[in-house]
Design a protein around this ligand. Structure first.
Ligand code: PNS
Length: 168
C-alpha cells in the first residue's frame, strides 16, 4: 500500500510575505511531502495588501524557490485554522519561532487547536539571521524610507515602496 503523503499547513496573514515566512515554508517542505500555505484573513479588516496581491506575492516566491509542485497557496476568509486543516487534509501545523516571545504567543494557540480537533503544531526554529523580520516591522521601515531589500522578495519591496509612499 502506498503511504499517504504527509501534508502540513503554514498559516498566516502574509500581509505581506517576508523572508522569514519563506524560511519556514522551506523548512516545512523539507519535513513534509506537501505544504499548504494558508492565507487566513478577516474579511472585515482591510490589510495593507489585498488578498489577491498577497496570494500573488507568495505564489511567485514559492515558484522562485522551485517548490510549486509541492507547495500550494490558498486563501481562507473568516475560518478557524483547524477547519482549514481538516478541509485541506493536513495533519500538522508548522510554525516558525524567532525566539521566546513567539513561543509564548504561539503556545496557547497550539493548545487551543489541539483541544479543538487534536491537530498538532510543530515549531521550527527560524533562521537566526531573520529573527528581526516581521511583516509589521518591514512595513514600518518601508514607510519611513528604510531599505527592506533582503527582508522581502523584490516584488514585495517594490510594492511596499509604491503603496506606502502613496500613504497606504
Ligand atoms: O501572520 P499572523 O497574523 O501571525 O497569523 C495569525 C494566524 C492567521 C495564523 C492566526 O490568527 C489564526 O490561526 N487565525 C485563524 C483563526 C483561528 O483559528 N483562531 C484560533 C486560533 S487558537
Amino acid at each position: 500500500m502506498t503511504p499517504r503523503p504527509s501534508r502540513a499547513v503554514c498559516p498566516g496573514s502574509y500581509d505581506p510575505v517576508t523572508a522569514g515566512h519563506l524560511d519556514v515554508v522551506e523548512r516545512a517542505a523539507a519535513l513534509h511531502d506537501e505544504v499548504v500555505v494558508a492565507l487566513l484573513h478577516n474579511p472585515a479588516k482591510a490589510g495593507t495588501f489585498t488578498v489577491d496581491e498577497r496570494l500573488g506575492f507568495v505564489e511567485r516566491a514559492v515558484a522562485a524557490l522551485g517548490l510549486s509542485d509541492r507547495v500550494r497557496v490558498e486563501a481562507f476568509a473568516g475560518r478557524l485554522l483547524v477547519d482549514v486543516c481538516r478541509d485541506v487534509g493536513a495533519t500538522v501545523v508548522v510554525k516558525g519561532l524567532r525566539g521566546s516571545t513567539d513561543f509564548e504567543y504561539e503556545l496557547p494557540m497550539a493548545f487551543m487547536n489541539r483541544h479543538l480537533t487534536g491537530i498538532e503544531t510543530v515549531f521550527v526554529p527560524g533562521d537566526p539571521a531573520l529573527g528581526h523580520v516581521s511583516s509589521s516591522l518591514v512595513k514600518e521601515v518601508a514607510r519611513y524610507g528604510g531599505d527592506v531589500t533582503d527582508l522581502v522578495p523584490d516584488d514585495v519591496r517594490d510594492a511596499l515602496v509604491a503603496r506606502l509612499r502613496a500613504g497606504g
